[in-house]
Design a binder for this molecule. Structure first.
Ligand SMILES: [Zn+2]
Length: 332
C-alpha cells in the first residue's frame, strides 16, 4: 500500500487543490502546502529546522516531577463574551472582554492573557489530538492560547522570539459513550459547530469556569515548544493536562461538518487538523504531580486504542483516497 501512495496523492491533489490553492499553508497531508512540507518553504523554515517543535509524544514514565506553584485562571466573570470564528485551519473562540488571565505553574507570577481557544479534532477512527501520551492520540485536543501581558498584543509576543512569550494549555478529549462527559469541551464543540464555513463567525458567551477544572490544573505536563502551525515559532511554554476529557460521539461528530473554505467554494473538512509528532531533541518534560499512575482519573473506563492511532497521517490519506474515489465515481 505504501508504494502506491504517491499515485493516490496525485489523484487526491486534483480534488483538494481548489479550496486551498491560495492559502500559504494548510493541514492537509496530501497537499504540497501541508504539514509534511511546511519546513521546505523559506518563510516557514523554523518548522523544519527547529529543535523545540510541537506537538510531542509525552512518555509519561520519563517525565520529571517539579514542585510548581499553583496554576490558575483569574476570571472576572465565568461567562466570557467571545467571538467564535471559522479560521479555515480550525475554529477559534476569541474573548472580547473580561479577558481571563493565566498565571502560576511554570509561568510563575507572570500574567498571561487568553488570546483564543481553538480545536484540533478527528473522529473515532482518526485520532487528531496534537499531543500523544505514550504514543497514543485521542479524538481531539483543545488549546487555550495565552501570551505574556508584558507584550501589548500577541504579535509582539510572537515577534519577541523569547521562550515563554506565549503559553498554551492543551486538553485532550476522547469521543466515548460514557456518563462522565465533560461539559466544558462539550459546550465548546457545540458552539464551534455553528461556524461551518471559513469566515463564519458570531458572538456568544463561553463558560471558562468549566473548561479546565481546578483539579485538572494541578495535573499537567510542561515543556518548551512551538506553535503547531506556521510559522512554528519556538516561544511557547506548553502545559498539557493529564486527564483525558470525554465527549459523546454525537457531540464530536458535530465538528465533521466544518469546512476549510468559504461558503461558496468547494472545500474539504477541517477534520484531521493536526501536525505530526515532533522529535524531543533532548528536551525535558516536567510533571506537576507525584508518581504517574496509569489512568488515575479514568473512572472505570478502559481506554482501548487501535493501530490507527499510530498511523494517523497515513490513515487520513487513505480516508481521503476513499472520498476522492467516491467523488470520482459519482462524477463519472
Ligand atoms: Zn492548536
Amino acid at each position: 500500500m505504501i508504494t502506491r501512495l504517491p499515485a493516490v496523492t496525485a489523484v487526491l491533489a486534483m480534488f483538494v487543490v481548489c479550496s486551498m490553492a491560495h492559502d500559504p499553508w494548510n493541514t492537509d497531508y496530501t497537499s504540497q502546502r501541508g504539514p509534511l512540507f511546511w519546513g521546505q518553504r523559506p518563510e516557514f523554515k523554523m518548522c523544519g529546522l527547529g529543535r523545540e517543535q510541537s506537538p510531542i509524544n509525552i512518555r509519561r514514565s520519563s517525565t520529571i516531577y517539579q514542585d510548581f506553584p499553583p496554576l490558575a485562571f483569574e476570571l472576572k466573570s465565568p461567562i466570557v463574551h467571545s467571538n467564535i470564528e471559522n479560521k479555515g485551519s480550525a475554529t477559534a473562540a476569541f474573548p472580547l472582554s473580561d479577558i481571563p488571565i493565566l498565571s502560576g505553574g511554570p509561568l510563575g507570577n507572570r500574567k498571561y492573557r487568553v488570546y483564543n481557544v481553538h480545536l484540533h479534532f478527528g473522529n473515532y477512527s482518526f485520532r487528531a489530538a496534537e499531543h500523544a501520551f505514550d504514543g497514543v492520540r485521542t479524538t481531539g485536543e483543545f488549546h487555550i492560547v495565552t501570551y505574556d501581558s508584558r507584550y501589548p498584543h500577541i504579535k509582539a509576543a510572537l515577534g519577541s522570539g523569547r521562550r515563554g512569550a506565549l503559553a498554551v494549555l492543551g486538553v485532550m478529549f476522547e469521543a466515548r459513550n460514557v456518563s462522565n462527559i465533560d461539559m466544558g469541551v462539550t459546550n465548546l464543540i457545540e458552539l464551534s459547530s455553528n461556524v461551518t464555513y471559513k469566515g463564519d463567525h458570531y458572538m456568544t458567551g463561553i463558560d471558562f469556569s468549566n473548561l479546565v477544572s481546578e483539579v485538572d490544573m494541578g495535573y499537567y505536563y510542561a515543556y518548551n515548544g512551538s506553535l503547531t502551525t506556521p510559522t512554528c515559532n519556538e516561544v511557547v511554554q506548553w502545559m498539557v493536562i493529564d486527564r483525558i476529557h470525554y465527549v459523546l460521539p454525537e457531540t464530536a461528530d458535530l465538528l465533521l461538518e466544518l469546512k476549510t473554505g468559504y461558503r461558496r467554494e468547494h472545500s474539504i473538512p477541517i477534520f484531521g487538523n493536526t501536525r505530526p509528532l515532533q522529535p524531543l531533541y533532548g528536551r525535558k518534560v516536567l510533571r506537576s504531580f507525584g508518581p504517574v499512575v496509569t489512568d488515575v482519573h479514568d473512572q472505570g473506563e478502559e481506554i482501548v486504542y487501535s493501530s490507527s492511532d499510530l498511523v494517523g497521517p497515513l490513515g487520513r490519506v487513505m480516508l481521503l483516497a476513499l472520498a476522492a474515489i467516491a467523488t470520482f465515481v459519482i462524477k463519472a
